[in-house]
Design a protein around this ligand. Structure first.
Ligand SMILES: Cc1cc2nc3c(=O)[nH]c(=O)nc-3n(C[C@H](O)[C@H](O)[C@H](O)COP(=O)(O)OP(=O)(O)OC[C@H]3O[C@@H](n4cnc5c(N)ncnc54)[C@H](O)[C@@H]3O)c2cc1C
Length: 538
């Protein structure tokens, strides 16, 4: 059997595996990605990169490419609720701060729609562009066995029908919801009892909005007497859509489903369109009991699954990748021991549980709606039913489709590699993000110059921000980091707005852009701080 050695083996070239590979590549850490498919996306899945994911893409230099291939800037991110497209409008939620390039107070990047059909190839090209990253498609992972200082995996190269042995220091399971690795490790997933059955129909319907008066909308939910069972998601702001249909009968016999009829029903009349493909899928809202076992780590859908109602699945997975990437690089480069990797589960699993919980709550709200028989009637009773439903659903649906608090406000608290400053935790909200530089939080954004954000300072090393020309001499801290080989960059910024936002004269930011420590004076024991931050005292 052929044998290959690699520091990091990534199983699965979905968005999470590819983003992790690209991140490791930028850090100079070689890795090998094995993917059973041939890398040709054939059916749409996730459509929305939230602002945090777009910040990660900005770091990889991909934000412009994603805007270019995603939904055009002027396409509204409206969530519309109607009986049919030619029927009655019930409610709409506007999201003016989503999409496009205009400045946002909270982030240098806005949420952007770019379906995985276009996103995955962008990530693939970016990962392949790194010298240290090898991508092997049509290569199926089969087994993994852990040894004292490595993992021995076997993969099946489907093109040559050869078995290959791969010796890796660490294996990251990015193989999605059906993960064979998580199953082999006997790691259960727990959470909500909900199990939903769906059909996803990929449709081409050119200029659909010229056939009705509701205008363009990114997400169209159809309200029927028995509830919210169907939706239509614009994929590229032009002719492509994903038509979602809920129901076990449809799932059980997709070949018997008259998708043409169902599509014509929600439009309310016949319009030119073509069904491109139909897939069935189940939705669960669950989180793995463990995110790692020894040298094997779970990320993305392998670690957490949720109904896409709130658009959180891929975004949560990208967060996993960017938390794990710098930690694997630190261990590979020798300035951290394996104990740093223990912080991955401690930091990311609570985020997974929170996001999955929110998705569960959001989709439960869809399922609980019982609009009643009058909802589509052109009568006073029908008008009253529509008004009542709008009043009932808008608050919950706003929490479903506007999740800036979840996207930017998540924090690692407590974390063994963050030094708390004793300040109280800010309120945790789903819809609104409140900037804070409290340790554990994402270091907040503020523009230092046109299109140069504070976030652009972070990524490769730890960064010590000295805020104001009077900020203390950081030499003792720099010395402790240097002694341990921990990469540190010092940035002195004389900008009152940054000082006010970050609230302390010295702020240490990790390579993933989260605040690790802050104070107005150098710490009394710099070696202890450096050791905590690199996981040596965890
Ligand atoms: C209909 C639908 C709509 C969605 N909408 C959204 C949305 O709007 N927003 C959002 O954030 N998320 C959404 N999601 C979820 C999103 O698609 C997933 O969260 C995301 O794809 C997870 O990425 P991943 O890389 O973890 O896994 P995947 O994308 O599933 O990738 C896993 C990869 O591993 C490969 N693999 C599996 N087993 C093996 C093996 N043995 N050997 C080698 N390779 C293997 C698979 O072929 C696959 O390519 C949606 C999902 C669905 C189904």
């Amino acid at each position: 059997m052929t044998s290959i050695e690699t520091p990091i083996l990534i199983v699965g070239a979905g968005p999470v595996g590819l983003a992790l590979a690209a991140d490791l590549g930028t850090r100079g850490v070689p890795c090998l990605v094995v993917e059973q498919g041939d890398g040709t996306p054939d059916h749409p899945r996730a459509s929305v990169l939230n602002a945090r994911s777009m910040e990660f893409m900005r770091r990889l230099g991909l934000a412009d490419a994603i805007r270019r291939d995603g939904t055009p800037e002027d396409f509204p991110h409206t969530a519309l609720y109607c009986t049919t497209l030619t029927g009655f409008e019930i409610a709409r939620i506007e999201r003016p701060h989503h999409g496009g390039r205009g400045a946002s107070a909270d982030s240098p990047e806005r949420p952007q729609r770019c379906n995985q059909i276009w996103l995955d190839p962008i990530l693939r090209a970016r990962a392949a562009n790194e010298d240290g990253v090898s991508l092997r498609y049509r290569c199926r992972f089969e087994t993994a066995a852990e040894h004292a200082d490595h993992v021995l995996a076997t993969v099946h190269d489907l093109a040559s029908d050869q078995r290959i042995a791969i010796v890796a220091r660490y294996l990251v399971d990015c193989s999605g919801g059906h993960s064979p690795i998580r199953r082999a490790l006997n790691i259960d997933m727990n959470g909500s009892n909900y199990l939903g059955y769906f059909l996803s129909v990929f449709v081409r319907a050119p200029e659909l909005w010229t056939h009705h008066d509701m205008g363009k909308a990114a997400l169209i939910n159809f309200v029927e007497p028995k509830g919210l069972w169907r939706n239509l998601i614009s994929l590229n702001g032009r002719e492509l859509y994903r038509f979602g249909i809920r129901g076990k009968a449809y799932y059980d016999a997709p070949e018997k489903v008259d998708t043409e009829r169902l599509f014509n029903e929600v439009v309310g009349k016949r319009v030119p369109h073509e069904i491109i493909s139909v897939r069935r899928w189940t939705a669960r809202n669950v989180v793995a009991d463990k995110y790692h076992a020894g040298r094997i780590f779970l990320a993305g859908d392998a670690a957490h699954l949720n109904h896409p109602a709130a658009g959180l699945g891929m975004n949560t997975g990208l967060g996993d990748a960017f938390d794990l990437g710098w930690k694997l690089a630190a261990v590979h480069d020798g300035w951290a021991s394996a104990s740093l990797l223990g912080s991955y589960e401690i930091e990311r699993r609570p985020v997974g549980r929170r996001n999955v919980g929110h998705a569960d709550e959001s989709h439960a709200n869809d399922r609980e709606q019982q609009p009643g028989p009058a909802i589509a009637d052109a009568t006073p009773d029908g008008a009253r039913a529509r008004q009542a439903l709008a009043a009932a659903i808008v608050p919950a649906q706003t929490r479903k489709v506007i999740t800036d608090g979840l996207a930017l406000g998540y924090r690692y608290d407590p974390s063994p590699i963050v030094w708390p400053d004793g300040t109280p935790a800010p309120a945790d909200t789903v819809t609104d993000y409140r900037p804070t530089a409290r340790p554990g939080s994402r270091a907040p954004h503020i523009f230092l110059a046109p299109d140069r954000s504070t976030l652009d300072l972070f990524g490769q090393s730890f960064v010590l921000l000295r805020l104001g020309t009077q900020a203390p001499d950081p030499s003792p801290l720099a010395g402790a980091f240097a002694q341990r080989g921990v990469p540190l960059t010092i940035e002195t910024i004389d900008n009152p707005a940054v000082a006010a936002l970050y609230e302390r004269a010295l702020v240490l930011v990790r390579p993933d852009g989260h605040v690790a420590w802050r104070a107005d004076a150098v710490p009394s024991d710099p070696p202890a701080l450096a050791d905590r931050l690199r996981g040596a005292s965890a």
